[in-house]
Design a protein around this ligand. Sequence first.
Ligand code: ADP
Ligand code: MG
Length: 368
Amino acid sequence: MTTVRLEKVSKTIGATPVVRELDLVVGDGEFVTLVGPSGCGKTTTLRMIAGLEEVTSGRLYIGDRLANDVPSKDRGIAMVFQSYALFPHMTTAQNIAFGLKIRKVPGDVVARKVSWVLSLLNLKGLENRRPRDLSGGQRQRVALARAMVVDPEVLLLDEPLSNLDAKLRIKMRAELKRIHRQLKTTILYVTHDQVEAMSLSERIAVMREGRLAQVGTPLDIYRKPTDLFVAGFVGSPTMNFFDGTIEQKEGKATIATRAFELALPEPVWQRCKTHKGKTVILGIRPEHIYRRGSSRIKEVSGNTVKAVVTVVEPLGDRVIVEVERSDVRFTLVLPEEARMVPEMAVTAVFDMEHCHLFDRASGKRIAP
Ligand SMILES: Nc1ncnc2c1ncn2[C@@H]1O[C@H](COP(=O)(O)OP(=O)(O)O)[C@@H](O)[C@H]1O
Ligand SMILES: [Mg+2]
């Protein structure tokens, strides 16, 4: 176990900046997820940490040691690649033992460790199969076993679950959490899937175009996204966004969109006073909009919007409902009993305590 610290780490490939001044700390034994859309620089970041790619500028520390120029094999790091990169001609056991053999670990120790990791990852009985005779999930576990068997100080995982079907992915998510709890290895995990990031890790680092957009616990990021990008990236279904103008009439603060007006709670108004008369972006998550009559929040003056249902997506326990008022559309999530159908009229109740305001030009969070 150790820490990984990136200080203003950048990577330029040719003339293209791929990673830009990245500051990130992964604590001893911590599980951090780097998440962001495809092409934002996640794999490049992992490859720099693993020593497979040179750092163009900035400092990379592993433990207390400046590691920029430390050879890959001396970094105490194991990486699992998106493609698994198993040796096709080797069996499960041989694939797993490979890293130990090249480190000249004695045979009896190799046997003991391979046996240990086979149990840990539920691979017993598959020792003598070759990769082509394993399922996707089994191959993925062999790749993980191969990385874990060398007792790395740091484990780097690059979208290790992306080739699995949805059900297996959820199962492996829980497995990974269990393994981490058992071993307490420092893990930096990469995914483009925000749901996976939210559910797996202690902290999330959201990347966009080579830069770090926000770092925090899943809940921090869900509750206080720092800008429009993070707000839209995290959460499913996606947050609703409306252009709106902040106004103050007869002592009441409101935000007026093209189709409706909503009252701003006092703490929000205090933070956005400076934007009075200006157009901002109001964000509110689908799960924070209710239907009239549900007991979740009180209906008060200025938190309801009459709308018409346009699309209904049943999920079993819940339904995602898209509604429309004067060409402005938004989404809400309702319990299945709501029995919504297109064309139905609904009164949506906005929980404005959970609203977010963003600056229109910069996209930065204004309030609350
Ligand atoms: N060898 C390379 N030459 C030029 N561009 C590259 C090279 N490797 C990666 N890139 C570019 O760097 C960006 C980040 O890539 P990558 O780190 O693989 O992103 P991610 O893993 O987040 O999808 C992408 O736009 C990609 O096209
Ligand atoms: Mg990648």
